[in-house]
Design a protein around this ligand. Sequence first.
Ligand SMILES: Cc1cc2nc3c(=O)[nH]c(=O)nc-3n(C[C@H](O)[C@H](O)[C@H](O)COP(=O)(O)OP(=O)(O)OC[C@H]3O[C@@H](n4cnc5c(N)ncnc54)[C@H](O)[C@@H]3O)c2cc1C
Length: 496
Amino acid sequence: MGPDSWHWDGRVEASFGMSSSDQFDVIVVGGGVAGLAAAASLAESGAKVMLIERKPHVGGRAYSYEHPALREVVDSQHVLLGCCTNLIDFCKRAGSEDKIRWYNEQIFLEPGGRSSTISLSGMPAPLHFAPSFLTASMLGWKDKAAIARGLAEFVRGFPEEDNESVESWLKRTRQTERAVRHFWNPIVMATLNDRVAECSTRYAGKVFHELFVKSSTGGRLGIPKVPLSEFYEDGARLVELHGGKLRLRTSVEAMKQLPGGGWSVRTAEGDYTAEAVVLALPFEQIGKLLPAIQIDPDGDSSGHLALANLRSQTERFTHSPFTSVLLWYDREITDLDHAWLLDTTIEWFFHKSRIRGYAPELGSYLEVVIAGSRAQLGMSREEILSSARRELETFFPKARGATLVKSGVLKEARATFSVTPGLDQFRPQQRTELSGLFLAGDWTATGWPSTMEGGVRSGRLAAGAIVGDPQRFMAAETPASGLMRWLARSEQVGAV
Ligand SMILES: Cc1cc2nc3c(=O)[nH]c(=O)nc-3n(C[C@H](O)[C@H](O)[C@H](O)COP(=O)(O)OP(=O)(O)OC[C@H]3O[C@@H](n4cnc5c(N)ncnc54)[C@H](O)[C@@H]3O)c2cc1C
């Protein structure tokens, strides 16, 4: 669709004809992945778009920055998976696809160094991981039988209802203690960033189905090779390439519904107006902005009710934290790029110097991560650091002989929202009850947990809602492969 044919929700574009530099077809508030995806989709289809971001960089929570004390550009590890089709498509369009390093195998280490590798085989899905799973030493036969029984529940798909917790599902399906400790728990923590008691089986089931069952590509692990803000700069350029305007360091402080339709958005720099506004903000920021949203007093009174409903929806969400420990050693302490660290507080390590292709002589730059890290929020930097180092040394003895050159601890108290049982009914659609006001953000109704893929989906769904065709900007789902072409429930594909 070219610039001349852009229209929103059935209205002809002739109604715009805006000439002022402060007037736009769509203003997107928030330059995280959700806002970038919404702005890029709309700008690519010819809309005059303004993207407003209060920080000096785009990417939102997926960001990197120069740490003043460490004098290094740092970020908290973000990974993607083969099933993140919208994020991958967004990266392709933005030209950042080559900045992702892909891995087909996962290494699980036990304290003492015993290692199990789960890797792709030539077998058809859902048996693609079976050969390596059968030989994995981290699990006994009873554990493997329990896991196979558990995964069999997700061959057709995942539950439609989100009221059962993963904890309850693990008990109901009689999972063994070691299967929980060495398989289910780590996968749930890594993908949903919270404990099994706090996550619904719908989302965990989606993860198990997409990663282990549906196709041989859905579980591939992708890791950005560059710091995150650099990774997402390409997304901002994509918006600008299609005529979109980007305002960084600009915070939206208030909004007003205009009598003739459209919205005015207030920032410290001045006001901007648009026919439609997408609020691509996290739920707590929406909660803060709501009191500053003024509805047209002559308009429909249902607007106030819509805002009140939105407020009560945001109150149903809870955060789950994430802690990263960054370590720079004077020499390489392992030749692995990444691995799961079983039976520890630090659940994974990422060998960032290897992933990014730095020369081995420069030593090891590592990040060890603790998902759902509530306990660490109250701990001091030194406590977290010394415990992480102690645990790391049980896996990599070479770390004991190496000199730690510098280190940092990054705590993100509001890293993700938890997909708690029963939350789905409170995840709002991207189209609100208020004309011209749309929502995006990983927490809106996407059918995905709190992830970059969920963010991109929400932005594209919001853009689709604006043009009156919700699926218009969505990428195709990972196709079922092998035997799964006949076994998977097709109606769940793309379910939001
Ligand atoms: C430490 C950590 C690790 C993570 N690991 C992963 C991972 O491995 N894989 C994965 O897929 N996901 C991961 N996530 C989750 C992922 O980062 C988020 O799900 C995703 O980035 C959410 O994007 P968003 O655009 O919805 O929200 P955000 O990224 O929060 O974007 C919202 C933006 O709005 C801006 N903003 C807020 N208020 C205003 C205002 N008033 N005016 C203007 N701008 C405003 C903010 O500055 C921000 O840039 C992780 C998150 C964290 C924090």
